[in-house]
Design a protein around this ligand. Structure first.
Ligand code: COI
Length: 356
């Protein structure tokens, strides 16, 4: 199976992991993939020990943020082996982000192979507990050392891995979300649909203020009128209105094309649940809450999986969804998605790639 050169380490990071309390993104597995882009082409790429690497103070990305990343997961399969979930979608999205940030694309087939090898060499780090997984983080950035503002000449792609538990401390308990009414994340024509550092940087201040007030995350509205719903920085948002799953459409280019969002929409269709991707105003959501037609809201993301929303706060008023517990459709999506990811439910969609 291996294609890339492999440099073995003479120790392991395994014992430095607190396996009883993984949290999210705190521990890093033994090996990472590295490929360099120089003189207009990608080199062969190799698997090397995870660890620090040197950069110069003038390295462009530190200053101008020409960097994109991805997030995907590998799961233990209850029948043996390891499942990687939809790496092709991440490869395509990485290249879509690359176009927006004027970064050279990385071939989809090589990306999938690199992810498979990162999982293969780090297989001891795939947690065996349901709800836990090996999170894989590809990051691609310009690394020329120049101070002029223009695209970099040189780039580096690194793919490393981290054994993780749930992203939110709440786990599957509903999270409290604050609707941002005085900050914006993205605007039409901007970088909103790219998985790039700028979007996460734009979320930090609002996120910090929301946290101080007891909320886990911020729900972003459109950046012009602050009236239509976009996404929650770490996940997409879906609502159940009149029994139908509705979610903001990708058309405006202001939200991330989430792999979990897409998977939920496919699962819903296969279950006979109506779905709609469209413009959703914040007023429509509050009307639905008041007249009882909005029964559930949940976030969907690789890190967050399915994350029920228990409270939406808007202009200092807290609105409780359902009875504050996970809703029936959110639970069904969670169970089915995890069932497929852990190999308990047949993968009718061809989403899983197995690695041994
Ligand atoms: C992911 O879900 O993979 C993400 O990149 C979200 C990030 C905030 C952890």
């Amino acid at each position: 199976m291996p294609k890339f050169n492999f440099i073995e380490r003479n120790d392991t990071r395994f014992n430095s992991v607190n396996w009883q309390k993984l949290g999210f993104g705190k521990y890093f597995a033994d090996y990472m993939f590295v490929a360099n882009y120089r003189n207009g082409k990608w080199d062969d790429g190799k698997i090397v020990p995870y660890g620090p690497f040197e950069i110069e103070p003038s390295m462009m990305t530190l200053h101008y943020g020409q960097t994109i990343f991805e997030g995907l997961k590998a799961y233990y399969n209850v029948k043996g082996g390891i499942n990687i979930f939809r790496p092709d979608k991440n490869a395509q999205r990485l290249n879509n982000s690359a176009k927006k940030l004027v970064i050279p694309e990385y071939p989809v087939e090589l990306f999938i192979q690199a992810v498979k090898e990162v999982v293969h060499y780090n297989k001891a780090f795939v947690p065996q507990k349901r709800g836990e997984s090996l999170y894989i983080r590809p990051v691609l950035f310009g690394n020329s050392n120049v101070l002029g503002v223009h695209p970099s000449d040189d780039y580096m792609l690194i793919i490393f891995a981290s054994p993780v538990a749930s992203y939110y401390e709440e786990g599957l308990n509903p999270v409290k979300i604050k609707v941002a009414d005085n900050y914006v994340r993205a605007v039409r024509g901007g970088l909103g649909s790219a998985k790039t550092a700028a979007n996460y940087a734009a979320s930090l201040l609002a996120g910090q203020e929301a946290k101080k007030n007891g909320y886990s995350q911020v729900l972003w509205l459109d950046g012009v009128n602050l009236s239509n719903i976009d996404e929650v920085g770490a996940m997409n948002i879906l609502f159940v209105l009149n029994g139908e799953i509705i979610t903001p459409s990708l058309e405006a280019g202001t939200i991330l094309n989430g792999v979990t969002r897409d998977s939920v929409l496919h699962l819903a269709k296969s279950m006979g649940i109506k779905t709609s991707e469209r413009v959703i105003s914040i007023n429509e959501i509050f009307e639905g809450l008041q007249n009882g037609k909005l029964s559930e809201a949940f976030g969907a993301g690789t890190a967050a999986t399915i994350s029920p929303v228990g409270i939406l706060s808007y202009k200092d008023n807290d609105y409780v969804l359902g009875d504050g517990k996970i809703g029936t459709i959110s639970q069904k999506m969670y169970d089915t998605l995890l069932g497929i990811q852990y190999g308990e439910i047949e993968d009718k969609f061809g989403w899983i790639i197995q690695v041994n």
